[in-house]
Design a protein around this ligand. Structure first.
Ligand SMILES: Cc1ncc(COP(=O)(O)O)c(C=O)c1O
Length: 353
């Protein structure tokens, strides 16, 4: 019996929908194979987990590292460590935590999200302070965590100075900081800084592998040692304690070898820049955000959107403003970008170049 999904029928063409439409980097697949010999202790007491934990602890300057299956889980676990039952999280309206996690924070953590509008995806001390007015009022939920995303959901990056300023404000105001780093690699590649320069400003963060060539692995990185003791128990309750932990860890070991994580992120960012540079001159295409990671956000002439999507699937980010999102991945090629640009030019009636 053959599977209906033979290689010939598999829709394998690269597109710009999302970085998690990409497959697994060959080095990660090899690492999974290599990790597969023999029996080792389950639940993380194995050499692969010890090695990946040590390497990530060093890279981030972390107090603790905990592997989980996906980014939503990392976010939920991270903020779970920080909140009492009457406390709340301040985040942007567009935060993945707020719009794309199915209410996981509200259901699993049981907390309220206090949202702030931020067109560029970034929180500032001024924006955070707009949600602090009800502190001390027993009728109101009490803000305790500021959740930011790096790179943001709209592809921008907090500079190290912006992170430092926000962290200082939060410390002075009794707020903890959680950073969703599903695309932290892309931010580090853009900023050209070590991972530790980003983590030092927060209490806990996630470090995404899945969008950067892993099959499916994320790490919760705990910086604030006061948060450490409950993590193993909360991770287990949240069903994120992998019994075959070595396979999550092996993926990170492969990404850490020879800085594959950074090379993948730099490449994805470069492909996004190539796409943005080419698209910028096409009539009917207006870049909506600066391209600072692996995503291009552009307002399109509405007449272009559906014809283009027929051959090149991508997400519509804001239907009212006709803003679309094009994501590059570690395996996007220059030819993919150039073919996509040709398709946009052809539809826009622009000269081919
Ligand atoms: C900013 C951000 N955070 C977290 C995630 C993780 O999501 P998932 O639970 O699908 O791994 C994503 C995935 O799209 C994301 O874009």
């Amino acid at each position: 019996v053959t599977s209906a999904l033979t290689p010939a029928s598999t829709p394998a063409r690269t597109n710009f929908s999302s970085d998690n439409y990409a497959g697994v980097h060959p080095a990660v697949l090899d690492a999974l194979g290599e990790a597969s010999g023999g029996h080792v202790t389950a639940y993380g007491d194995d050499p692969w987990t010890a090695l990946a934990t040590a390497r990530l602890s060093e890279a981030f300057g972390a107090a603790g590292v905990f592997f989980v299956f996906n980014g939503t889980a990392a976010n939920v676990l991270g903020i779970s460590l920080m909140l009492r039952p009457y406390e709340a999280v301040i985040c942007t309206e567009g935060a993945h935590l707020n719009v794309d996690e199915g209410g996981a924070a509200e259901r699993i953590v049981g907390c309220k999200l206090l949202t702030v509008s931020a067109a560029d995806g970034k929180l500032t001390p001024e924006l955070v302070s707009t949600r602090l007015g009800s502190r001390g009022d027993e009728h109101r939920v009490q803000p305790r965590v500021v959740a930011i995303t790096q790179a943001t959901e709209v592809g921008t990056c907090y500079t190290v100075d912006e992170l430092a300023r926000l962290a200082e404000f939060c410390r002075a105001n009794g707020l903890l900081v959680f950073m969703d780093g599903a695309r932290l690699a892309n931010a580090a590649a853009f900023l050209g800084c070590p991972l530790a320069d980003l983590s030092v400003h927060v209490d806990a963060l996630s470090f995404g592998g899945t969008k950067n060539g892993a099959m499916g692995a994320e790490a919760l990185i705990v910086m604030n040692s006061a948060l450490l003791t409950t993590v193993p128990f909360v991770r287990k309750q949240q069903m994120q304690l992998a019994s075959k932990m070595r396979y999550l860890a092996a993926q990170f070991n492969a990404l850490l070898d020879d800085d594959l994580w950074l090379r993948n992120a730099r490449h994805a960012n470069a492909m996004a820049h190539r796409l943005a540079d080419g698209a910028a001159g096409i009539p009917g295409v207006d870049l909506w955000q600066p391209v600072e990671s692996n995503g291009v956000f552009a307002a399109l002439d509405p007449a272009l959107i559906e014809p283009l999507r027929r051959d090149w699937p991508f997400h519509i980010w804001d239907p009212d403003q006709h803003v679309v999102r094009w994501m590059a991945a570690f395996d996007t090629t220059k030819d993919d970008v150039d073919a996509f640009l040709s398709a946009i030019r052809a539809l826009a009636g622009a000269p081919t170049s």
